[in-house]
Ligand binder design. Structure first.
Ligand SMILES: NC(=O)c1ccc[n+]([C@@H]2O[C@H](COP(=O)([O-])OP(=O)(O)OC[C@H]3O[C@@H](n4cnc5c(N)ncnc54)[C@H](O)[C@@H]3O)[C@@H](O)[C@H]2O)c1
Length: 333
């Protein structure tokens, strides 16, 4: 596939995954535009060493994709769309805002799809989540790694999982009706540089890192028992999958991206403490939500179709993320 001068739109491109993708696409020679309402994304993610990655006046649109007219405006003339914008946040936000989150994501996803079809866009990539797998299949420790069809019969634990599954389903209908070429990835828990650290919206790894960096001024408390496990995947491994799906994974249905093993939150917390070099006691607050118990990915399909495999170990990934967060907090305090 020739990326040179390809016009690519990244929705949610100021976010964690989107901004890392933008950098990678620019390196390949694509002409990249970004739309983001900055609900969780940050313009600073689109700068490297103080220099903007894209022309922030002409190629960055600060717009809300819940508005259909805005979607029509940004999709116009694009060769390929990576639709990554959605409301995504940590467990507290997700369970505290179930309806508004569901409603927002349905609006964003359906507006974007309709706009892309109506403007004759040929290639469209959407990303689902492992949170869409049924709650009862991940309620105990050591379930077999999920295969893609395990997402049905559907019963996700959260409205976030439901909303993202609806997004996948809508894309499958578009593909069946041959209205666009569809690339569909389903990510497990993503972490890495350009993550969000604020207490209201952050996910578990950046949240633990922030607490360790701020300790003892901020308490280091792990939410839940710490026994809950996730298949964490470093953002660089996500970017390689996003590039590969455009090159060789279109119209293959959902492809799951994540490792075949899970790591407990207590293990992550200990890794973060070790990296900090501080003497931090490991404490848990079992009154806080901890979500699904355990899940991992059977990534055979990703290997076969995308030649994808996870490359970055959890220890290395957390170390890189810690250094990025440390720098970010010292620059912004
Ligand atoms: N982070 C994960 O663990 C994970 C796992 C599975 C799937 N995903 C999916 O990957 C995508 C990117 O996630 P991320 O981790 O980079 O999160 P992120 O929050 O960093 O990126 C999402 C971006 O969408 C933007 N956005 C939200 N609502 C918007 C709106 N109404 N209009 C325009 N922009 C809006 C946010 O400001 C943010 O920059 C999302 O679709 C998410 O559901 C993420």
């Amino acid at each position: 596939m020739n990326w040179k001068n390809k016009k690519v739109l990244v929705t949610g491109g100021a976010g964690q995954i989107g901004s890392n993708l933008v950098l990678s696409l620019l390196e390949k020679g694509a002409v990249v535009s970004v739309v983001d309402n900055l609900w969780r994304g940050q313009k600073s993610n689109l700068y490297k060493d103080g220099v903007p990655l894209i022309d922030m006046d002409k190629k960055f649109y600060e717009l809300d994709l819940m508005n259909y007219e805005n979607c029509l405006k940004v999709v116009e003339g694009q060769d390929l769309i990576y639709h990554l914008a959605d409301v995504v946040a940590g467990i507290n936000y997700v369970f505290g805002n179930q309806f508004s989150l569901f409603n927002s994501n349905l609006l964003i996803d359906s507006n974007m799809l309709k706009a892309a079809v109506s403007k004759g866009i040929s290639d469209y990539i959407y990303v689902g989540t492992a949170c869409s797998y049924p709650a009862d299949k991940q309620s105990k420790l050591n379930p077999p790694p999920f295969k893609e069809p395990d997402v049905y019969p559907a019963m996700p634990e959260s409205s976030y999982g439901w909303s993202k599954l609806m997004g996948e389903y809508a894309c499958e209908l578009i593909q069946q009706e041959k209205l666009m070429n569809i690339g569909l990835l389903r990510f497990h828990n993503v972490y890495g540089p350009h993550c969000v650290m604020d207490p209201e919206k952050s996910q578990v790894i950046p949240s633990l890192i922030r607490k360790a960096i701020n300790f003892p001024n901020e308490e280091f408390i792990v939410w839940g028992t710490g026994n809950q496990r996730r298949a964490f995947v470093f953002v660089d491994d996500i970017i390689s999958a996003l590039v590969s799906v455009a090159e060789k994974g279109m119209n293959h249905g959902a492809i799951q991206i994540g490792p075949s093993f899970s790591t407990s939150i207590a293990e992550i917390a200990q890794t973060v403490i070790d990296i900090s070099g501080k003497n931090i006691p490991l404490r848990f607050d079992v009154t806080k939500p901890e979500g699904d118990m355990d899940r991992a990915a059977d990534w055979t399909k990703a290997k076969e179709i995308l030649a994808w495999s996870p490359e970055i170990s959890i220890e290395k990934g957390v170390e890189i993320t810690y250094q990025w967060c440390d720098q970010y907090l010292s620059d912004n305090n």
